[in-house]
Design a protein around this ligand. Structure first.
Ligand SMILES: Nc1ncnc2c1ncn2[C@@H]1O[C@H](COP(=O)(O)OP(=O)(O)OP(=O)(O)O)[C@@H](O)[C@H]1O
Ligand SMILES: [Mg+2]
Length: 307
């Protein structure tokens, strides 16, 4: 397996009487878009601050590109971040704000300014003062600043907070573009699963400082209840038929004895017709349509019950 870009192990941050982060493990592999999910106060920002060496962990470790960080590390140059609401000099323009950052980071290529502003859709607004920017524009300016030095890892803390549906969609597109066109590995936190569902390749769910689950999107889809379940008298033959005749790709016999089809857009009635026609006895057929959001809520409620 490739070396993880970010590896968090047993990370804890305890404040007086509050275990803000309590034994968190996370692993980001190259190319991941990692959705870091948790309700308000779950510990997302505290975890991210420790990743960036901004606060010291009570215990545990953060490794970036295989190197353990201790604050002031050069490896942090490979990382860009926007944590909570990004701050700017209000009386300076967008491009002036970025220029200050360019010098600070020692980025020699002046073309990086235009590149960052164009990527984030702010080139036309470059000469406007940051104080006149909308919330969505400020979030994008934060990203423009975070990618200026061409990081390999980008950490975005709730970039869609407070945005309207259009702004959320644009942010999603921007994140996707950064991952695909620039090959940046991305960690994006959110308290709304549906916001990262279409984007994330991997998800970590934190609740009251504890990581309840870390799984690839694929694994999560198998665990949640969005599938068509079948009870049949010949599993192997059914599996072959569904694959060959209906193009089903994701079909498994699960431990509980159900044959489950996880492909989206397949019709239960069509499956039933096919199997019966081929002489298979179908004793049960159910279509479960829980969304991932339902799964997230159930998981968090279960976590709350154990807390
Ligand atoms: N400096 C601090 N001193 C004391 N407690 C803190 C401090 N920073 C965070 N906490 C507490 O730690 C917990 C986690 O906070 P954190 O900001 O990391 O959550 P979050 O998941 O980012 O929440 P949100 O979605 O609201 O941004 C909260 O209970 C918070 O009150
Ligand atoms: Mg936060």
């Amino acid at each position: 397996m490739a070396q993880p870009i970010l590896h968090v192990q047993g990370l804890c941050k305890h404040y007086k009487g509050v275990k803000a982060v309590d034994g968190v493990d996370m692993r980001l592999n190259p190319g991941d878009i990692y959705g870091f999910l948790g309700q308000n106060g779950a510990g997302k920002t505290t975890t991210i601050r420790m990743m960036m060496g901004l606060i010291r962990p009570s215990s545990g470790s953060v490794k970036l590109f295989g190197e353990e960080i201790n604050g002031g590390d050069t490896v942090l140059r490979k990382v860009g971040s926007v944590i909570e609401y990004p701050g700017f000099y209000p009386n300076l323009t967008a491009i002036e704000n970025l220029e200050i950052h360019r010098r600070l980071m020692g980025v020699k290529d002046k073309g990086a300014l235009e590149d960052s502003l164009r990527t984030t859709g702010l080139w036309d607004a470059r000469n406007r003062k940051a104080s006149n920017f909308s919330l969505g524009m400020k979030q994008r300016l934060g990203i423009a600043r975070a990618i200026l030095h061409r990081p390999e890892l980008l950490i975005l803390d709730e970039p869609t907070n407070g945005l309207d549906p259009m702004g959320i969609k644009e942010m999603r597109q921007l994140i996707q573009e950064l991952a695909q066109k620039r090959n940046i590995t991305i960690l994006v936190s959110s308290h709304i699963l549906s916001e990262v569902e279409q984007l994330a390749t991997k998800v970590g769910i934190i609740h009251r400082g504890v990581m309840l689950e870390e799984a690839t999107m694929q694994e999560l889809k198998h665990k949640n209840r969005q599938y068509i379940g079948l009870q049949v008298d010949d599993f192997a033959k059914s599996q072959d038929l569904l694959r060959d005749e209906l193009g089903v790709r994701d079909c498994r016999l699960e431990d509980d004895g159900w044959l489950r089809v996880y492909d989206e857009g397949k019709q239960p009635s069509e499956m039933n017709r096919l199997l019966v026609r081929e002489g298979i006895e179908v004793s049960s057929l159910v279509a479960m349509k829980d969304s991932l959001e339902d799964y997230f809520v159930r998981l968090v409620e279960g976590g709350a019950a154990h807390a």
